[in-house]
Structures are given as C-alpha cells and as structure tokens.
Design a protein. Structure first.
Ligand code: HEC
Ligand SMILES: [Cu+2]
Length: 350
C-alpha cells in the first residue's frame, strides 16, 4: 500500500463502507429520491436546512481559521493583552440577529409546508381510503367503493388520495418514504393525510412506530398505476365473487380446506368487512406474503405450518386448526389462484 494511503486508511474504509451501505435496502424505500408531493416537500426542506447548516459551518470555520492565524501570540509580545470586546453592542446584535434570520428562513417554508400538507379542501371530491394498522399488517377500505384490500394499496398516478388513518390495537405509523411523510395510526382517533404520487411504480411502506415483536416486518406497498388501469382495477375489485370455484383439482381441495378450517372467520375474499386478518382478495397478485416474504408456494406452506417462525407475535398463530403439510400445500395452491384483476404490481412498472 502506498505510504499516504496508510495514513488515510480509516477514511478510505469509511468511504468504501458508505458506498456499499448506500446501495443496501429496497428499491423505492428512500426519502432522498422523492416521487410524491409530501416526499418532495420534505426533500426541499432537507436541502434548505442542509444548505444553511453548511453555510454556517463554512463561515464559522473561515473566521476561526483567520482568527487563530492572525491573532496568535507573537514572539516578544508574551505580555501583550489584546483589545477586550466584551459588552460590544454591535457584535452582540450581529450574532443575535443572524441566527434569528436563519431560524426565520427555516421556519417560514416549514410552517407553510405543514399547512399545505394538512389542506383537505378537495377531500370530498377525491378518492378516500380508510387505512387501518393492525399487528402486523395494513388494511385498506375504499370508502364508498365497496373495495376492501390488505397489504397492497392501489392508487392512480398524479391524483390526490385522502387517507383516514387509524389502528385496531396499538399505535402504528404509516410511512411510504418515497411518496410522503409519516402519519401515526392511533387506536383512539383518526388522523388524516393525503398522498399524491408523481410516477407509476411500486413503493415500499414501513410501519414507523414500534408496535411489537414483528414491527420491523410490518411492510406494505403502494402500487401507483395509470388512471385507466386504476379504473379497471376498481371495476375488477367490485366484481369479485368469493364463492367462485377454482378449477384445478388440488386447488379445489385447498378451497374446501380453506372453508372447513374457518380461515374465513378472519380472512375475507371480496368486499366483506371481516378483517381480523388480511383480506385475501387478489392475494396471488401480491409480490409478498404477510408483507415481507416472497410470495411462493413454499413460503405460504411454511406460513401455514408455523406462522410464528415468520412473524413472531402475530395474531394468527394458534388460532386455527393444525394443518398437515399436504393440507397446507393444497391451501397454498388455492390461495395462489386468487387473482381477481389483471392489474398487478407489474402494471405499475411502465
Ligand atoms: C384468528 C384469525 C385467523 C384465522 C382463523 C386464520 N388467520 Fe390467517 N392471518 C391472520 C392474521 C392476523 C394474519 C396477519 C399476520 C401478520 O402479518 O401479522 C394472517 C395472515 C395470513 C396470510 C398472509 C396474508 C397476506 O396478506 O400476505 C395467509 C395466506 C393466511 N393468513 C392464511 C390463512 C389460512 C389458510 C387460514 C385457515 C387455515 C387462516 N389464515 C386462518 C388471522 C387468521
Ligand atoms: Cu406497526
């Protein structure tokens, strides 16, 4: 290694680690690449405050450097006492006024954004969705549309969507960083916010308030599609017939087992308001199982045999009859046929 590199070893390592780590994490799970109204506002404020902080830092460092060079004690002047400036009015006014001005420059746009984001003027003419946080999954009820879904929230692009957010158990927090800021989901009251996405795509969401052992696994997605695709999706979702028989023989057996094992006591298919567990309409169109695992037959079987291993503390464990591996396999086959619309997360990728 070159000699100069040895000296900066720590710095070089830090650089490499930073580069590697910034590539971690899921796509569309960042506030630094905003694709929605709220996220863009936050980003603007972040840039503004970073610029101000950087400017303050640079100015202070410049003055500091000048002072220590220019006013250092010189040879032969060891007893020299420089001019004392305590109580200097001009100086005190200057260093009081500058921070006040900076705080105003920060405060005015921040407060304006806060009011902007709380504006509900066109809520009644927009899409309204009731969002409910549950340990450890999210439910979405499209008000007036007779659509109930869980885990994946479909919305049209460039359209304001109003959310009424609450919780059935403890405090959660609804957060899709690429689209908007956070909003607490409380059991006692309803919080409201609107979201507007500027680009089609699938955006990851996270629960942002510690809510129990599987808090970090309480993921969900916003699927942003074109207006036509959204209209199609709404129509499809309104026409789901939960009674419809699947065709494949194994899946049919799974359907019978699904009914016989009282899965429907907690899971609805279609617009039934039963929501003790996630609504399984369109389940096969999701990309994840229980919010976090890949949606594969293997994972569904493991979930049905031992949900606790996947999501500790979840509310399904122990509340349904024990299944054999074969039974779980048939049910998985059935669930993987629950596709009620051709509009899927893939539709959002154009
Ligand atoms: C006591 C209510 C209850 C019963 C009964 C129940 N579940 Fe669940 N189920 C839940 C809850 C709650 C979750 C969400 C767990 C989590 O993510 O924390 C869940 C999650 C699931 C998921 C993942 C859903 C998703 O959105 O990815 C599947 C699949 C599932 N259950 C299938 C079944 C099947 C099949 C049965 C019948 C054998 C069944 N459940 C019985 C409550 C129940
Ligand atoms: Cu939570």
């Amino acid at each position: 290694m070159l000699r100069w590199m040895g000296k900066f070893k720590a710095l070089i390592m830090l650089g490499i680690v930073t580069l590697v780590l910034t590539a971690c994490g899921k796509e569309n799970l960042t506030a630094l690449d905003p694709k929605g109204y709220g996220a863009e506002k936050s980003m603007d404020l972040m840039i503004l405050s970073t610029v101000i902080m950087a400017a303050v830092f640079i100015v202070v460092m410049l003055i500091f450097t000048v002072v220590i060079i220019r006013f250092r004690r010189k040879k032969g002047q060891e007893d020299f006492i420089p001019k004392q400036v305590e109580g200097n009015h001009t100086l005190e006014i200057v260093w009081t006024a500058i921070p006040i001005i900076l705080v105003f420059i920060l405060a005015v746009p921040t407060v304006m954004s806060v009011f902007d984001l709380a504006d509900e003027a066109d809520a009644s003419s927009s899409i309204n969705i009731e969002v409910t946080g549950n340990q450890y999954w999210w439910h979405f009820d499209y008000a007036g549309e007779e659509i109930q879904t869980s885990q994946d929230l479909y919305i049209p692009v460039n359209e304001k969507v109003y959310l009424d957010i609450n919780s059935t158990d403890v405090i959660h927090s609804f957060w899709v960083p690429t689209i908007s800021g956070k909003m607490d989901a409380n059991p006692e009251n309803t919080n409201t916010m609107f979201i507007e996405a500027y680009e089609e795509g699938v955006y990851w969401g996270k629960c942002a308030e510690f809510c129990g052992p599987s808090h970090s696994l309480m993921d969900f997605k916003i699927v942003v599609v074109s207006q036509e695709e959204y209209d199609q999706w709404v129509e499809d979702m309104q026409n789901v017939d939960p009674e419809v028989q699947v065709e494949d023989a194994v899946a049919q057996e799974g359907q019978e087992l699904f009914e016989a094992n009282n899965c429907m006591g907690c899971h609805a298919i279609g617009s039934s308001p039963v929501a003790v567990g996630p609504n399984l309409t369109n389940f096969a169109n999701r990309t994840t199982l229980a919010g976090v695992e890949d949606l594969t037959k293997e994972n569904i079987v493991s979930w049905l045999l031992d949900p606790e291993a996947m999501k500790p503390g979840n509310k399904m464990t122990g509340n349904y009859p024990e299944l054999t591996e074969d039974e779980a396999g048939s049910i998985a086959e059935y669930l993987m046929q629950l596709s009620h619309s051709d509009i899927t997360p893939e539709s959002a990728s154009n």
